[in-house]
Design a protein around this ligand. Structure first.
Ligand code: 5GP
Length: 194
């Protein structure tokens, strides 16, 4: 997706050779016009998949996920990272190791928002090792629902998440794919989805 690639090039900050900081448009300040286009793009990718729900994880997945859900005309659910006081029973729980925080969190979704008839599109901001996406997929599968696809805004293809998810049988569509983050420079995978 050219608009997103241009934004990563102009505003992304490379930290070490593993992490890309995009807090000017995705992870802190959010660009609503770009998020709207991201939503349209995911909706276009998955329009044939009869998606019934979009599922993400708080907080940075929420903006791309809500825009995608708006385009698809379905609800969006975000998994919570901290247990809500009002969400104690009838919850789906999975453990997820956080790449950026380097700690394991329990993520939770209320059982009332997913059932076995759902075809769920998982959306997240970044894909690194795939822990967040696998955790969300396990939540969907706990209720017997189907993971119809995984939409990623920025895939770091030099990390194993995309390969692991594809090997597990999931469809992964990423809007930009990064081959390397080295010497402060972003290199994109040539055959990126656009
Ligand atoms: P994974 O679970 O695939 O290992 O990592 C994905 C999660 O970690 C995403 O939800 C995202 O919040 C965070 N993450 C992973 N890599 C990066 C990165 O390079 N930059 C930022 N901002 N977040 C990342």
């Amino acid at each position: 997706m050219k608009l997103l690639k241009d934004k990563v090039m102009s505003e992304g900050i490379v930290l070490g050779n593993q992490v890309l900081k995009v807090d000017s448009f995705l992870n802190h300040q959010m660009d609503p016009v770009l998020m709207k286009e991201v939503g349209k793009e995911f909706a276009r990718h998955f329009e044939g998949e009869q998606i019934t729900k979009v599922l993400t994880i708080e907080s940075s997945g929420i903006a791309p996920a809500i825009m995608t859900a708006l385009e698809l005309g379905v609800p969006m659910i975000f998994a919570r990272k901290n247990k809500s006081l009002t969400l104690k029973e009838n919850i789906l729980v999975e453990k997820v190791y956080s790449f950026t925080k380097q700690e394991t969190n329990e993520i939770t979704v209320s059982k009332k928002f997913l059932d076995e008839n759902d075809r769920v599109l998982i959306v997240d901001d970044f894909l690194a090792n795939g822990e967040a996406a696998f955790g969300l997929a396990r939540i969907v599968e706990q209720v017997g629902a189907k993971v119809a696809g995984i939409g990623i805004v920025i895939e770091k293809s030099f990390q194993p998440g995309a390969r692991r998810l594809k090997e597990a049988g999931y469809r992964v569509d990423s809007l930009v794919r990064i081959a390397a983050l080295e010497n402060g420079t972003v290199t994109f995978v040539d055959d990126q989805t656009n």
